[in-house]
Ligand binder design. Structure first.
Ligand SMILES: O=c1[nH]cnc2c1ncn2[C@@H]1O[C@H](CO)[C@@H](O)[C@H]1O
Ligand SMILES: [Zn+2]
Length: 440
């Protein structure tokens, strides 16, 4: 419950009272620049009287905003468009032909829809790879959350295409940098070792280094990719990427299901971060789960992502935490593998580290990305173990309030402007399918 009339207004100091953090009732004071100034059991009167907005979090758990490290946000428009298919056919027969008809306006509304869904389910940062990314950035800026954007770089060994992709990447990166918005970051996004040439990958590696930006790539999602890479380059995909300079502390590799032990160690030695996408992997039946233990042993930073809405089909990181914990146990036949607290870290602090954002924990001096979960809901009762409830029991629907960068984006489960976005996204998605079915 939020006191004061316009709680969505920016630049107001906020006092969150009685939120459960680590099992204790705590208060949080957020200053006018959106930074957590104080958090603890004993902070009180002076901050409370100073605050322009009081948020009563009695009966709520406060957690850091969740971090989704791999998605294609605007694919929200393709939710339910092509399900229950084999991955390569799904991409080449359904997804890519439809994407050929995408416009900037589609991506704008698709990203608005995705941002809305992420706010509703407690995500405040995400890592996005798609097309028309200037439009995506505009949508995210308006939504109030954080994101890192890359143009999905695909050249298929064509020098001509490569030049186009290089130009598109440079253009996006300079655009995002010019906005100087701390919530929006740029990255370079070679799609995968099977869609980008050696020359393209080498260019991406160098560009990420000189621009000091993240390199976001799909890696070893299927066994076929590994076989294809060995056939074409005489190396497994991780070794091939390394030979192109693509493995570094800038790198975020999504999927990584088919890495062998040597590749896990290679990723560890290069300080690569990995994004695990369990829902997508199960839906597209990639036939192997992330080698979680081997990656952990190699010291790899393991994070969590939903992948796009065409292979998930939602952006709920609560579901993703649960699926991550369950899939590891099931696939590797180990009931102790990936316990709840590790799933929670993957979705918070590990993700923040991978994206280079200073959120992911509720801590003095850090930007206030805070999510309040309502405990007055059956899936949160009883509270023997809060993290267990968060990972295994509740879902994004239990999120009541979302604060990003100190701004309230959702309060009492209400997001201003939601109805318009839902209506417009439905209309835009129908028109897109219509255009693809009846090309001019
Ligand atoms: O699971 C996946 N594997 C490979 N490619 C994917 C997956 N999901 C989405 N895309 C594709 O990646 C490109 C991003 O720029 C898009 O073409 C998107 O459809
Ligand atoms: Zn993906």
């Amino acid at each position: 419950m939020t006191e004061n009339t316009d709680s969505y207004e920016q630049n107001r100091t906020k006092f969150i009272q009685n939120a459960l953090i680590d099992g204790k009732k705590q208060n949080i004071y957020i200053d006018e620049s959106g930074i957590i100034r104080s958090v603890g059991t004993d902070i009180g009167k002076e901050f409370r009287s100073e605050a322009e907005c009081i948020i009563d979090a009695s009966g709520m758990v406060a957690i850091p905003g969740l971090v989704n490290t791999h998605t294609h946000a605007a694919m929200s428009l393709l939710r339910g468009y092509a399900d229950d298919m084999h991955l390569q056919e799904w991409l080449s027969e359904k997804i890519w032909p439809l994407e050929a008809h995408l416009t900037g306006e589609d991506v704008y509304w698709g990203t608005k829809l995705a941002s809305l869904e992420m706010i509703r389910s407690g995500t405040t940062s995400f890592n996005d790879m798609y097309f028309f990314m200037k439009d995506a950035a505009r949508a995210v800026d308006e939504s109030g959350i954080r994101a890192t954007f890359c143009h999905g770089f695909i050249d298929f060994d064509s020098p001509e295409k490569r030049e186009n992709e290089i130009a598109a990447t440079k253009d996006l990166v300079s655009h995002i940098k010019s906005l100087q918005n701390p919530r929006l970051k740029a990255a370079v996004g070679p799609h995968a070792p099977y869609t980008v040439s050696r020359e393209g990958l080498e260019w991406c590696a160098e560009f990420s280094e000189t621009e000091d930006i993240m390199l976001h790539i799909h890696l070893s999602e299927t066994e076929g990719e590994v076989e294809g890479c060995i056939e074409k380059h005489g190396m497994r995909p991780a070794a091939f990427l390394d030979s192109c300079g693509c493995l570094s502390e800038h790198t975020l590799a999504a999927h990584c299901c088919w890495l062998d032990d040597d590749e896990c160690r290679l990723l560890g030695s290069r300080n690569v971060s990995v994004s695990h996408n369990p829902s997508s992997n199960m839906k597209l039946a990639v036939k192997r789960a992330l080698p979680y233990q081997a990656l952990k042993d190699a010291g790899v930073n393991i994070t969590l992502g939903t992948d796009g809405c065409s292979s998930n089909n939602n952006l709920d990181m609560f579901e993703e935490m649960k699926f991550a914990a369950l899939l590891q146990k099931f696939f590797w036949n180990s009931d102790t593998l990936l316990p709840a607290d590790e799933a929670f870290s993957m979705a918070t602090s590990n993700g923040a580290k991978a994206l280079g954002v200073s959120t992911g924990t509720i801590q003095e001096g850090l930007p206030a990305d805070i999510v309040l979960i309502d405990t007055a809901t059956p899936s949160m009762v009883p509270m023997h173990n809060c993290v267990s409830n968060i990972v295994y029991s509740c879902s994004g629907g239990a999120v009541d309030t979302v604060i990003c960068d100190g701004r309230i984006l959702m309060s009492d489960k209400t997001i201003p402007g939601e109805a318009e976005i839902l209506g417009k996204a439905q209309e835009i998605a129908s028109q897109l399918v219509e255009r693809a079915n009846n090309p001019q």
